[in-house]
Design a protein around this ligand. Sequence first.
Ligand SMILES: NC(=O)c1ccc[n+]([C@@H]2O[C@H](COP(=O)([O-])OP(=O)(O)OC[C@H]3O[C@@H](n4cnc5c(N)ncnc54)[C@H](OP(=O)(O)O)[C@@H]3O)[C@@H](O)[C@H]2O)c1
Length: 309
Amino acid sequence: MSSTINTVAVLGGTGNIGTHIVRGLLVGGFTVTILTRANSSSPRPTFDPYPVRFLEVDYSSPSSLASAFQGQDAVVSTIATGAVQEQMKVIDAAIEAGVKRFVPSEFGVHTRKEGVEKTKLGGLLEGKRAVVDYLISKEGDISWTGLSTGLFFDSALSKGLAGINVKNGTATIVDSGNELWPASLRSHVGRTVSEILRHPDLTKNQYLATASFNVSQNQLVKLVEELTGKKLEVTNVSSKDILQQGDEKLNKGDYIGAFVAFLQVHFLADGAGNKLEEQESANEKLRLQTEDVKAALRGWLESEGLLAA
Ligand SMILES: NC(=O)c1ccc[n+]([C@@H]2O[C@H](COP(=O)([O-])OP(=O)(O)OC[C@H]3O[C@@H](n4cnc5c(N)ncnc54)[C@H](OP(=O)(O)O)[C@@H]3O)[C@@H](O)[C@H]2O)c1
């Protein structure tokens, strides 16, 4: 059987990272079908000048999924974090339909890194780990590639996830603010997935990691101030306090709040050690260009109308 991949079904291709992955695949020359729930309220994006097909699926129906996967060489799942457990049924249906490659909804924390499973964040990511474990157990039937990306640089800035809120003119610095963490522009994630599928033999049954660059909070504050000409109001917070707040949120059942707290500690705390080391990165293997932090930040500030003309 040829390992070449031409047709790709993207689950959740209407979402935050899904739209960027769909665009990356279209630019890479793949024929893309976006699978969307019948009761979805997600707006349907356009990808001019590329044509894209939308297909409604019922994730609770194996036959609906298997019929949607007929003729698809690969399935890329970008479904929302809260729905990752749905992927087990999806994988079974992909196997039944003869799909060659499955890319699970990872795209963030390196969930296979040794020791992550023992952390509080790792506990909340157990569903993602279980999906990759399942894929490993099914390697005789379908191949897979997982991808960790660090924080999405542009959406982390928009949502203040990295502690920097340019719109409000504030920065909350965790510990010293010097820790380097991996960040990927969402367009970079789209290109990476496209390159993974263009090189199916090179990427078969592997968990890969990429990033546009490593950056620290302090570097970002300096660059924001330099580019906007405005000082940010800086507050300092210890990772110990953030962890405690995360625990309190978890005890109250606020999983999203707890997840954000643990995520910040995972990447931003002094000594976290989660920057992307060159030897762990798939960038060279996939001939992906790294990006310049300042240029990426300037692009984001411009897109948000935060740079004086
Ligand atoms: N690295 C980072 O900084 C970062 C940030 C955010 C997310 N992520 C990761 O990226 C992946 C995708 O997250 P996202 O933020 O892009 O997701 P999202 O935009 O919240 O959702 C993606 C799509 O999933 C579908 N969906 C939503 N709820 C669903 C459900 N209950 N069952 C099945 N499908 C459902 C929707 O598509 P339809 O409505 O068309 O069906 C939606 O457009 C996740 O693994 C997440 O953890 C990483």
